[in-house]
Write a protein that binds this ligand. Structure first.
Ligand code: NDP
Length: 453
């Protein structure tokens, strides 16, 4: 007989064919939630699970713009407003050629539970476009961002839906989109987060996801009376999340060995110190170059070219204590997970969203690795976005120390919620169940309170 999860997933897959990342994200949550539904028949009766997998609204739109050669380009934009059960829709925008509806829906779905875990009143959404910022001039990026916002602006607002950054969307893109929103609406309001400090941004927002990911790992290590001191760390990605995760590891006394991008990865066995990290930040954020150039600058480091389609990624064969995946979804498969465990890695804290495949997650759980899944471990970014919204509403800004302290408090409380909930539902140490269930309960009860809407 088919299990309750299989029956439920059969319906989700039939209704949303071809959206494989979305299926993957829903399956993981559905597996965690079955014991909750058994304990709470009121959630089944109100069809909470069936309602939660259906976005409240999906907007898909044409984004036409003109490149530097005068050619007309056409991209496809998305905004998925997933859940407003506990606050205005909130979640980032991703600009990457791989973007499609299934990817945006997986990200938006994860956001429901993540945002609920932050303790802040923020609902869930996600958006983006199949635009590739790589190799585009600043002028082209500006024209594209203006075209994108020329449609998006009518669907968002400071109390309705507040987008932020994600892959391919950093301070530059947020600036261009904010400028266009203001021009179109004649309103200066906190409609986006990740804004520049001079015009409504929050201190620590650029750092928040990477710092939070490391604070979460630190909490996990504490459960075994350990710390980052002297720990060897493998980091994937070299963008916003990876850079600040590395920076925090350094301040806590750990050693960072690697960075990657979609072309390949570097290993520096001597450790990437603050000076080398500054080189990476300039390379990636200012010169917008490739990580390969690190090995040109520091010849003792090795560079490995990426081999898409190969059965494992040698990045995850680098011997380490802690892994901090911070690039993209499904970047660690079961073989990679086995390699990590075999080489002594016992703590994984995900900065990226869903970087581990379901089989990889099983390897971590079975091997008793301290496994902090993205929706808990990377919630620091959206949490500080929530704090940016509060500061905008107050027309006031907190100091760096105040925001960092709040971020640390939030990461600690997410960690505690995961640990306590996993224990209460009979799976101690399982952060997957802990995060999914704790995130869900607040949403489900809010949906019950608000009736069938
Ligand atoms: P950035 O665009 O700043 O950096 C992304 C990094 O990942 C780059 O090094 C990029 O390399 C690499 N990458 C992206 N796609 C691929 C791919 N298909 N294969 C290999 N490498 C890839 O993005 P962020 O640092 O902001 O985001 C990284 C991850 O963290 C994403 O999963 C995002 O959803 C998640 N996240 C981000 C938050 C934030 O606040 N920014 C909040 C929570 C989660 P290349 O330049 O070659 O493409």
């Amino acid at each position: 007989m088919a299990s309750a999860v299989d029956t439920f997933m059969g319906g989700v897959i039939a209704k949303n064919p071809e959206q494989k990342e979305f299926h993957q994200a829903v399956q993981e949550v559905a597996e965690s939630l079955m014991p909750v539904l058994d304990k709470h028949p009121e959630y089944r009766k109100a069809k909470i699970l069936e309602r939660i997998v259906e976005p409240e609204r999906v907007v898909m739109f044409r984004v036409p713009w003109v490149d530097d050669q005068g050619e007309v380009q056409v991209n496809r934009g998305f905004r998925v407003e997933f859940s407003s059960a506990i606050g205005p829709y909130k979640g980032g925008l991703r600009f990457h050629p791989s973007v499609n509806l299934g990817i945006i829906k997986f990200l938006g779905f994860e956001q429901i539970f993540k945002n609920s875990l932050t303790t802040l009143p923020i609902g869930a959404g996600k958006g983006g476009c199949d635009f590739d910022p790589k190799g585009k001039s600043d002028n082209e990026v500006m024209h594209f961002c203006q075209a994108f916002m020329s449609e998006l602006f009518r669907h968002i607002g400071a109390d309705t839906d507040v987008p932020a950054g994600d892959i391919g969307v950093g301070g530059r893109e947020i600036g261009f989109m904010f400028g266009q929103y203001k021009k179109l609406t004649n309103r200066f309001e906190g409609v986006l987060t990740g804004k520049g400090l001079n015009w409504g941004g929050s201190l620590i927002r650029p750092e928040a996801t990477g710092y939070g990911q490391v604070y979460f790992a630190e909490e996990m290590l504490k459960t075994r009376s350990e710390s980052f001191k002297g720990k060897a760390c493998v980091v994937s990605g070299s963008g916003n999340v990876a850079q600040y995760a590395a920076q925090k590891v350094l301040t806590l006394g750990g050693k960072v060995l690697t960075f990657s991008d979609s072309s390949g990865f570097i290993v520096d066995e001597e450790g990437i110190d603050a000076k080398k990290l500054a080189f990476v930040m300039d390379l990636k954020n200012v010169r917008r170059g490739r990580i390969k150039e690190y090995a040109d600058e520091y010849p003792k480091a090795a560079y490995h070219t990426a081999e898409p389609g190969s059965k494992c990624n040698p990045l995850w064969q680098v011997k380490c204590d802690v892994a901090l995946p911070s690039a993209t979804q499904n970047e660690i498969n079961a073989e990679d997970a086995n390699n990590l465990v075999k080489n002594g890695c016992y703590c994984v804290s995900e900065g990226a969203n869903m970087p581990s495949t379901p089989d990889a997650v099983n390897v971590f759980l079975e091997s008793k690795v301290l496994y902090g899944l993205g929706k808990a471990a990377n919630a620091g970014g959206v949490a500080v976005s929530g704090l940016e919204m509060s500061q905008n509403s107050m027309r006031y800004g907190w100091s760096r120390e105040e925001v960092d302290q709040k971020l640390q408090g939030i990461m600690k409380s997410i960690h505690k919620a995961c640990v306590d909930t996993a224990e209460a539902y009979g799976t101690p140490g399982n952060y997957v169940n802990g995060a999914n269930i704790a995130g869900f309960l607040k949403i489900a009860d809010s949906m019950l309170d608000q009736g069938v809407v």
